[in-house]
Design a protein around this ligand. Structure first.
Ligand code: NAD
Length: 463
């Protein structure tokens, strides 16, 4: 039986995660009609399995860490263990509050949420559901926003002893020993969570440093701090396989001794969720499963756009927001500026935090810039010393020109990325930033000091 055509919309959006719902909300503000198709919950990975719940767990882990080390601050505190049920209740409350707010926003927007699994039938039609109950939605533009999912390694099965970031969010007890496979963003964040909550953690990373996408000195600080926190980082170590028993798991490496643990967390990257959504049938071009687009997020099929993690590049919720808003505005004829990955801030919430935006010195040099780079140590910043963090802020500038990149590591630097991105996005010269008085004593002051250093007029630093 063929599905009934149900209605025609300006936009039919497949997936209500960060990219999809942002597109829907902005499109409704601009007076476009919208059908938003979702098989699970509005909010997607970020709200239900990613950014929000993991950062709630990280917050608990940070407090546990602080309780352990109260004596450093003259406090008699101790850490007596984790009440796992309450830990989940706290995390779920945070997610629930945001979910309630988001559901209300989407409802008020007037976007029609269509529940079910959708797939592209042709360039303008999305079919939702199966058989006689299927609905056909026709869009003048169809937006693909199905996101990404955790990858595993060949031969490694997910189960009670081997989890991805999805399953870890429902963990029933804090394991004694954990191996984290992959020392990228998710790997170092979950290593921080587990270590903070009391597990003995080993991170196994195939490349020669942790967080290899970041500026090399950042990896050094993270590796040094992890060591101090008792986290073992095995770099240059490739995983060959995992064997599980009822009570534990053994991680086999391509070379070196196997690692015996109670739990393995697989964090070796996320892949696009592009199977079974009709891409081949509709002729949408893909590359390794990702949907390829031009700068205006147009796919190879006219009238079909793609946003967020499905599009090759940074896999970040806020890139999804940016893409979604861009597509809504472009379809509405506002001619917005394309979203450029190089201007998107990146934050990794391990302990110590990492926050960066723009190019590293090496990348800027490779892109043909005459580069100058300065580094301001957080050891010269009062607030950072009070918070007990080491770390640094690196400012990369074009010689006699604008800031091209800012790269920060240390407790608290995530909240400094807003100013750093304005510097890069507005092509500020360090001299301009240096002339703005920064509040004392803040960690933001360290960014001002780094700009002063880059401008050749340091205050609390040697030129
Ligand atoms: P990633 O690409 O950041 O890191 C995966 C790591 O696994 C790499 O360093 C890789 O070298 C390593 N690896 C792969 N195969 C291996 C093997 N056989 N043995 C040992 N190491 C191996 O991927 P991720 O950490 O899974 O994160 C996925 C995506 O999600 C990233 O794009 C990330 O930016 C995004 N994310 C962002 C945030 C955030 O913004 N805070 C949080 C979570 C995830």
């Amino acid at each position: 039986m063929t599905a009934q055509t149900d209605g025609t919309y300006d936009l039919v959006i497949l997936g209500a995660g960060s990219g999809g719902y942002a597109c829907a909300l902005r499109a409704r503000q601009l007076g476009l009609t919208v059908a938003l198709v979702e098989e699970d919950k509005v909010g997607g990975t970020c709200l239900h399995r990613g950014c929000i719940p993991t950062k709630a767990l990280l917050h608990s882990a940070e407090i546990a860490e602080a309780a352990r080390h109260g004596s450093r601050l003259g406090l008699r505190t101790s850490f007596d263990g984790v009440d796992v049920a309450s830990l989940h209740a706290y995390k779920d409350k945070v997610v629930g509050q945001l979910f309630k707010g988001l559901t209300g926003l989407v409802r008020q927007s007037g976007a029609e949420v269509v529940e079910g699994r959708g797939r592209l039938v042709d360039a303008s039609t999305v079919e939702v559901g199966e058989g006689g109950d299927a609905r056909r939605l026709v869009g003048r533009t169809v937006v693909l926003a199905t996101g990404s999912a955790p990858r595993t390694l060949p031969g490694i099965e997910i189960g009670p002893r081997v989890m991805t970031s999805d399953e870890v969010l429902r963990i029933e007890e804090i394991p004694g020993r954990v191996a984290v496979l992959g020392g990228g963003v998710i790997g170092v964040e979950l290593a921080s969570v587990m270590a903070g909550l009391g597990a003995q953690v080993t991170v196994v990373e195939a490349l020669d440093r942790l967080v290899a996408a970041e500026e090399p000195s950042i990896s050094k600080v993270v590796e040094r701090t992890f060591k101090k926190r008792g986290i073992t980082a095995l770099t240059g170590a490739r995983v060959a396989g995992v064997d599980t028993t009822g009570s534990g798991a053994t991680v086999r490496l391509e070379s070196g001794d196997p690692i015996e643990v109670d739990l393995v967390i697989v964090a070796v990257g996320r892949g696009p969720r592009s199977e079974g959504i009709g891409l081949e049938e509709a002729g949408v071009a893909t590359e390794r499963g990702f949907v390829t687009t031009d700068e205006r997020l147009r796919t190879s099929v006219e009238g079909v756009r793609a946003v967020g993690d499905l599009v090759p590049g940074l896999q970040l919720a806020h890139r999804g927001f940016g893409h979604g808003i861009f597509v809504a505005e472009d379809v509405a004829g506002l001619s917005p500026a394309p979203v450029l990955d190089v201007q998107i801030p990146r934050v990794t919430y391990c302990d110590p935090e990492i926050a960066s935006v723009g190019m590293t010195a090496e990348q800027a040099h490779a892109a043909g810039h005459e580069v100058e780079s300065v580094q301001y140590p957080l050891g010269g910043n009062g607030r950072s010393i009070i918070r007990g963090t080491t770390g640094s802020i690196t400012v990369v500038r074009e010689q006699d020109g604008p800031v091209l990149g800012v790269h920060m590591v240390g407790i608290g630097v995530s909240e400094l990325v807003g100013e750093a991105q304005l510097m890069v996005g507005w092509e500020a010269h360090p001299e301009e930033v240096a002339s703005l008085v920064h509040a004392h004593p803040t960690q933001g002051e360290a960014l001002g000091e780094a700009a002063m250093l880059a401008a050749g007029r340091p205050l609390h630093a040697h030129a």
